[in-house]
Design a protein around this ligand. Structure first.
Ligand code: IDP
Ligand code: MG
Length: 139
């Protein structure tokens, strides 16, 4: 099974969209393998978004992602699941995201874009290991 890390970001939790977002993955046929509602701190976010630490939006991104709890999910399915989840999420900028995608249907701001999904199998393994270390190799 191919697995990916999804984060329903604080805006999604605050707006009551977690059920809708999880439903999109379930209706597609993907499985929810683990979940945890958790307040993320700037230290873990620095690791998670290490590729973006030098970007001008990094401070705003960490402030947003740590302002209230996020719903973390491990989502699994057949080979290609990492890409399928990214397709269901839509483009990073919700004003550019296609209708029918999570970001296209519910977002208007590039920082507050509702969901994170791992961008490759290797990053999924790294992110799942970081956020759900207790799962070990089992998930
Ligand atoms: P992704 O979430 O679609 O993989 P990334 O480029 O990895 O997009 O950016 C990580 C997150 O940083 C985005 O989901 C978004 O919340 C935020 N972000 C990306 N680009 C910008 C920007 O230009 N301005 C503000 N926030 C941004
Ligand atoms: Mg990314």
């Amino acid at each position: 099974m191919e697995k990916t890390l999804v984060i329903c970001k604080p805006d999604a939790v605050e707006r009551g969209l977690v059920g809708e977002i999880i439903g999109r993955f379930e209706h597609k046929g993907l499985a929810i393998l683990a979940s945890d509602l958790r307040l993320l701190d700037s230290e873990v976010l620095g690791h998670h978004y290490s590729e973006h630490t030098e970007k001008p939006f990094f401070g705003d991104l960490v402030a947003f992602m740590s302002r209230s709890p996020a719903m973390l999910l491990v989502v699994g399915g057949p080979e290609g699941t990492v890409g399928v989840v990214r397709t269901l999420m839509g483009a990073t900028d919700p004003t550019q995201a296609a209708p029918g995608t999570i970001r296209g249907d519910f977002g208007l701001a590039v920082t507050e874009n509702l969901v994170h999904g791992s961008d490759a199998v290797e990053s999924a393994l790294r992110e799942i290991g970081m956020f759900f270390p207790e799962l070990g190799a089992g998930v």
